[in-house]
Ligand binder design. Structure first.
Ligand SMILES: [Zn+2]
Length: 465
């Protein structure tokens, strides 16, 4: 194979490669990514890579092209087959491979697909992804006699998940795999996990016939809530399409959001790691940071983006990190990557051994009122400018601004956030206060700032937490 390759300008993104299959993302693209990424691995002294794929209809063909591209650079390729993204991460660790590649469209509509990569133990993102475009554009590929073989890690992965279950009484749990890539592993896991398990949509089906596989959008949790109520379950757990994000429901049918889960896990993890740094993203409720501190931990607010959190966690040696989106990372007993199946095992174990319902753990966080994560469209050129304009005005006023990712503004009423998405042409806003009256004042301040930058008022519809 020779020649140069150029990608559609939209597919090489901040955290992954993603496009519409057959239009902006083709098998030729997957092969070129394999050649470019394989080149990076080989030139870095690596000799092997694992490849996995999700349940989308287009995934097997993209996987085959990826394997071909990687092997052409001289790598030994381990094909671990169909499963969730965290199983690929696990396989890469378990087989001691130098890199991992997952073909997955995550929670996106069926016509999408994408590629997530890890190099060594860390995520591939930002400039490293742009570098792949440069290598392919120049046709600057390593060439070697590689190989590929199929390796089934499913049993070892399930055994490893089960190893950290520490519950002491049986619970009843409803699960919704959303017809995503976790279905088969979920069946094997729940067959061995203590308790009673009600499984929804565990058939892997890339057309997603029941609901969109994104458990952080409340309308996708309707079936799970119904199952929790009908079967009298203690907990409901949902996964996104590739199993790296978790959603949870208490027995009253209320959502326990990703940031709240971090606070709940922190109370457990800090017993084993007193004083440890626990990281949560900039959209996280102040109550979560306060709860981490209350348990003797050192809370750290960091930028939104699963790759960024993962990297920060490794840098500071944190045993737990998470974000509102449901990406939660355990380095306590686990490997530091985001695995929703593992998070589920830890959550069930925690609720089981504490002997208190998840609803009570959730209600230990002080009651606050907040907006949901509110996204509104702005042009790609304006999104970072607007945040900078707001920051400059606030600083001129002497406001208390945390600039870790956008502007997170602390006021006597509470806090509000405005940040530019790294992956879409949207701005993200959120606000939180101890009372509705104070929240309205925060929202008014935020709207005023947007108007000063020439933007329309966003709609803060929907309940927060
Ligand atoms: Zn995902």
């Amino acid at each position: 194979m020779t020649g140069t390759h150029s990608f559609h300008p939209t597919v090489l993104r901040e955290y992954d490669i993603r496009g519409i299959v057959g239009t902006t993302l083709t098998e030729a693209d997957a092969r070129a990514v394999g050649r470019a990424f394989g080149t990076v691995v080989v030139r870095g002294g690596g000799t092997s890579a694992c490849v996995g794929y999700d349940g989308r209809l287009s995934s097997p063909a993209l996987e085959a092209a990826m394997v071909e591209g990687l092997a052409s650079t001289g790598l030994k390729v381990f094909r671990i087959g169909l499963g969730p993204t965290p199983m690929l991460y696990f396989a890469t660790r378990d087989l001691n491979a130098d890199a991992g590649v997952m073909i997955t469209g995550s929670h996106n509509p069926p016509e999408y697909n994408g590629i997530k990569m890890m190099l060594g133990k860390g995520p591939v993102y930002g400039t490293m992804i742009q570098e792949l475009g440069r290598i392919a554009g120049a046709g600057d590929y390593a060439v070697g006699a590689g190989s590929s073989e199929r390796i089934d890690v499913q049993d070892r992965y399930v055994e490893r998940l089960l190893k950290d279950y520490d519950g002491t009484r049986d619970l009843k749990v409803a699960w919704d795999a959303g017809n995503g890539a976790s279905g088969e592993i979920l069946r094997r896991l729940t067959a061995k996990l203590p308790g009673t398990h009600v499984l929804l949509f565990d058939e892997i089906d890339g057309t997603f016939p029941n609901h969109h596989p994104d458990p952080t959008v409340e309308k996708n949790l309707v079936d799970l809530k119904k199952a929790v109520a009908e079967h009298g379950c203690d907990i409901g757990i949902g996964f996104d399409g590739d199993g790296d994000r978790i959603g949870a429901i208490d027995h009253l049918g209320r959502v326990v959001w990703g940031d709240q889960l971090v606070a709940i896990y922190a109370s457990d993890v800090l017993k084993a790691h007193p004083g440890a740094t626990i990281i949560a993203d900039v959209k996280t409720s102040q109550t979560v940071f306060d709860e981490i501190a209350r348990h003797g931990g050192t809370p750290l607010m960091w930028k939104t983006g699963h790759s960024l959190l993962k990297a920060k966690m490794a840098e500071v040696g944190s045993p737990l990190a998470g974000e509102m989106s449901g990406h939660i990372f355990f380095a306590d007993k686990w490997y530091g990557f985001d695995d929703a199946l593992y998070c589920a095992v830890r959550l069930i174990g925690l609720v089981s051994k504490l002997g208190v319902p998840l609803s009570e753990l959730r209600d230990r966080l002080p009651a606050v009122v907040n907006t949901p994560e509110t996204r509104f469209q702005v042009s790609e050129e304006r999104k970072f400018q607007v945040v900078e304009e707001v920051r400059a005005r606030l600083q001129a006023e002497g406001a208390d601004v945390n600039g870790i990712d956008g502007v997170r503004v602390n006021t006597p009423d509470g806090w509000w956030l405005l940040r530019a998405s790294n992956t879409q042409d949207v701005l993200v806003a959120r606000a939180e206060a101890p009372s509705q009256e104070k929240l309205e004042r925060l929202k008014a301040t935020l709207v005023e700032q947007l108007k000063k930058s020439g933007l329309a008022e966003p709609s803060f519809e929907g309940g927060g937490h």
